[in-house]
Design a protein around this ligand. Structure first.
Ligand SMILES: [Zn+2]
Length: 422
């Protein structure tokens, strides 16, 4: 049993192909003065802003509609045959094409083999976007180094075909909608998204094999393509977008803390950043937090990220496999060679199992709030052990009534994984 999991983890680690954040700069980035994310201030939730547009569009009550790219981004509607439905001018993928397809494709879907029939099925999340304008606002600007920046067609439609999409229009529209939708959703759920209004540039298609990354140096998101498939635009894998934006949320939430971990030295000095032991490190938490952002956003689907990336149901990383296989933190770290991405599965397992437990009771929102608040209390010296102290501190502020029970539940998860606690 363990061997198959180890095999899976090792496969991912060896093939990788790291969905990583770039940490090539100096480790000592200083917090910016004037950005005070003290706990008290974090809990002052922003008040509701009045709708700046008093004249609702005719369709807005019936069909999901965004009037301006500067507004909050509403949820879309699940629509059969969205691409042929004139009530929507944009059709997006929900989470990723494999999830939307209810399983892997016989041949990995890409721009070269896509068909209208497949697209009709998987781009089934409809919304009306503004009929003109560029894909830019205070949060994100989509750029496309390989072609023209996408605009609506002359008739106001954003419906582009993935087949033959050399301009990566589909990826650009999906990236812009979903990255903004994530901000709106996280603010609805937790009151804040630290990486909002940061003017982050998103390279919706970059010429990088089997990778995507958040660059703290430039505050950019770069989306590459699926392993050895330059036609497999990763911008249609929204779970990966959500992960990278999660790095941005950590970066701004922690007052721009950055840490470059030691490199794994097991016979290969270039084998990627590592944690010192099974109790993890900041970089592993950063990776886990990215993955957690994805399962919070797509809360009705299994938690794995990167299903499109590998065209399978397991995806790149799955927070659920740790408990499913009764793994301890030590076993996870050993299987991962202490590399940060899969060592982070220990931490995402803690949060996923807690979150799932509270979701079963309809109370997962409080876990999401604790999650968001705990990000701002992390710093680059933290590991899983010290993160528990932060959770203990933050939880009573978020939910004084239920704090004792919630902390006890976290304690049980730490004990399950045999993570060291202070
Ligand atoms: Zn990452």
């Amino acid at each position: 049993m363990l061997s198959s999991v180890q095999k899976a983890l090792l496969f991912v680690a060896a093939t990788l192909i790291l969905i990583f954040f770039q940490n090539c700069g100096p480790a000592g980035f200083e917090p910016v003065d004037g950005l005070n994310f003290g706990l008290q201030q974090q809990l002052d939730l922003p008040s509701e802003e009045p709708n700046p547009d008093p004249t609702p569009l005719e369709v807005s009550e019936e069909y999901a509609t965004l009037n301006s790219f500067n507004d909050a981004f509403p949820a879309g509607d699940f629509v059969d045959d969205c691409l042929t439905d004139d009530n929507y001018n944009a059709c997006l993928v929900y989470k990723d094409p494999v999830s939307a397809n209810n399983g892997p494709f016989a041949v990995p879907l890409n721009r070269a083999n896509s068909t209208p029939q497949v697209e009709l099925r998987i781009f089934n999340y409809g919304i009306n976007l503004p009929e003109d304008g560029q894909l830019t606002n205070a949060h994100y600007t989509i750029v496309n180094p390989s072609g023209t920046v996408t605009e609506a067609k002359a008739d106001g439609s954003w419906k582009y075909s993935f087949a033959g999409d050399t301009n990566h229009d589909v990826g650009q529209v999906n990236a812009f909608y979903w990255l903004n939708r994530q901000i709106t959703y996280m603010k609805e759920r937790t009151g804040r998204f630290y990486a909002e209004n940061r003017d982050i540039t998103v390279f919706a298609y970059d010429d990088i094999n089997a990778n995507a990354y958040w660059s703290f140096v430039d505050q950019e998101i770069h989306m590459g393509y699926a392993p050895d498939d330059p036609d497999g635009d990763l911008s249609v894998d929204v779970s990966v977008l959500a992960h990278e934006a999660g790095h941005g949320n950590v970066y701004w939430g922690t007052r721009q803390q950055v840490r470059g971990s030691e490199l794994c030295q097991a016979g290969n000095p270039n084998s990627g950043p590592c944690c010192p032991d099974a109790d993890g490190c900041y970089d592993a938490m950063n990776e886990a937090i990215g993955d957690i952002h994805s399962f919070i956003l797509f809360n009705d689907l299994p938690p794995a990220i990167g299903l499109y990336f590998f065209n399978d149901s397991d995806g790149l990383r799955d927070p659920a496999i740790v408990q499913d296989n009764n793994l301890t933190a030590q076993q996870v770290a050993d299987a991962a060679g202490r590399r940060i991405h899969n060592t982070g599965l220990t931490y995402s397992s803690v949060w996923y199992e807690i979150w799932a437990k509270y979701k079963a009771q309809g109370n997962e929102k409080v876990i999401e709030e604790i999650f968001t608040e705990h990000i701002a209390a992390l710093d680059a010296n933290d590991n899983f052990t010290s993160a528990f102290d932060i959770i203990e501190t933050v939880t009573p502020v978020v939910d004084p009534v239920n704090a004792a029970q919630i902390i006890q539940d976290f304690q049980a998860e730490y004990d399950r994984l045999a993570i060291t606690r202070n």
